[in-house]
Design a protein around this ligand. Structure first.
Ligand SMILES: *Cc1c(COP(=O)(O)O)cnc(C)c1O
Length: 360
């Protein structure tokens, strides 16, 4: 059986280093906001070529706090892609704001810049883009629209650690990059973790206060903050993995290239364009008979996933709020299938997946 993902195997190359950092942290006896978190923040900011990084408890918190920083009036609108993981949209609601869904480009699966302007109203305050599956959004037109209308830009980089657009890393185009280090992400911790990146020192300082009960100076609280701190143990693990992130991404890119060259054209493959350095958090194909294809793969020893089976606007939690259809997003959700593309997969396994697929 070829698994879709195996977190034990994926992490195995780092076991010895993980044990060392765990033991060091244990001996130091300092578990919250210490040396490990500072070191990781510095290294991750530098990796992204961003001015600052603040470690947080999760990717969702990174999105929530990034939006919270701006103190938009309640009911302000935020442009969000209709084709995303629900966390992006939840972050808007958790701030008392209104998400306005914009359809994706059917070829890239990312927000279609040509559809953004028609959704802007006098209440719009920000564009929250998502670099889905590890491919950057088309950032030039998006930042141009944001500038024209005076909107903030936040990037959901939960799937795009190390991905580039015109040579520049995601998380550096907007006011904030919001990252998740959920274990399956390209840079994954051994539990929940997240971070924001920014070039703006004032915003960075505010995020650091918001994550720590709104406090800059112990027992003095400036904001109605929360507790969303990256912890020392996870930061230690993340620093080790960060050293190998380029290698992890290179491996995933190599497997993606095998699919790209090997799969017959019955399957719609991700587009590959020179301006985009994709890191394939997910390698998806599309096929009109997706469910039958998935069952056939399983019968032939290949496990797959669907990202995602139900679009956010059709989720029970949100269906009352969006009473219209988003046909492009729905088409993607109906036809997409995620193939094995993990750091733990060997090339001969991917050859086997290609062989099975091409016999379908
Ligand atoms: C994983 C993910 C998140 C949420 O990250 P958590 O760390 O699980 O909170 C947000 N947005 C996208 C696009 C994601 O894939």
């Amino acid at each position: 059986m070829i698994e879709y993902e195996n977190l034990r195997l994926l992490n195995e190359p780092f076991f010895e280093e993980y044990k060392r950092t765990f033991s060091d942290t244990l001996e130091r006896g300092w578990f919250i906001l210490g040396n490990n978190v500072s070191a990781f923040e510095k290294d991750f900011a530098s990796y992204c070529s961003s001015g600052y990084c603040a470690g947080l408890a999760s990717g969702l918190d990174a999105l929530i706090l990034a939006l919270r920083c701006f103190e938009f009036p309640e009911g302000s609108e935020v442009i969000v892609p209709s084709n995303t993981y629900i966390a992006t949209i939840l972050a808007v609601y958790h701030n008392g704001l209104v998400p306005v869904l914009v359809e994706p480009d059917i070829n890239t699966y990312n927000i279609d810049p040509l559809r953004i302007e028609e959704s802007i109203t006098s209440k719009t305050r920000a564009i929250l883009v998502v670099h889905l599956y590890g491919k950057s959004c088309d950032m030039d037109p998006i930042t141009a629209i944001a500038r024209k209308y005076g909107l903030k830009v936040i990037e959901d980089c939960a799937q795009s650690h190390g991905a580039k657009y015109k040579g520049k890393k995601t998380g550096t185009f907007g006011d904030f990059g919001a990252f998740s280090f959920y274990p399956t992400k390209n840079l994954g911790a051994l539990g929940d973790a997240g971070a924001i990146t920014t070039d703006n020192e004032t915003l960075y300082e505010k995020i650091k206060a918001l994550r720590n009960y709104g406090s800059r100076v112990k027992y003095h609280n400036e904001y109605i903050g929360t507790n969303s701190r990256l912890d020392e143990v996870q930061a230690g693990f993340l620093s080790i993995k960060l050293n190998r992130l380029d290698e992890i991404n290179a491996h995933k890119r190599r497997l993606a290239e095998m699919y790209h060259n090997g799969l017959k054209s019955d399957f719609i493959k991700p587009v590959v364009e020179p301006d985009y350095f994709d890191v394939y958090h997910i390698y998806n194909i599309r096929h009109p008979e997706r469910d039958r294809l998935r069952e056939y793969l399983l019968q032939n020893g290949v496990k797959t996933e669907i990202h995602y089976p139900v679009p956010p606007h059709q989720q029970k939690a949100l269906e009352e709020k969006f009473r219209k259809s988003y046909p492009i997003s729905e088409e993607i959700h109906r036809t997409t299938l995620s193939l094995p593309v993990s750091y733990c997969h060997k090339e001969d396994e991917i050859e086997r997946v290609i062989e099975v697929l091409n016999d379908f």
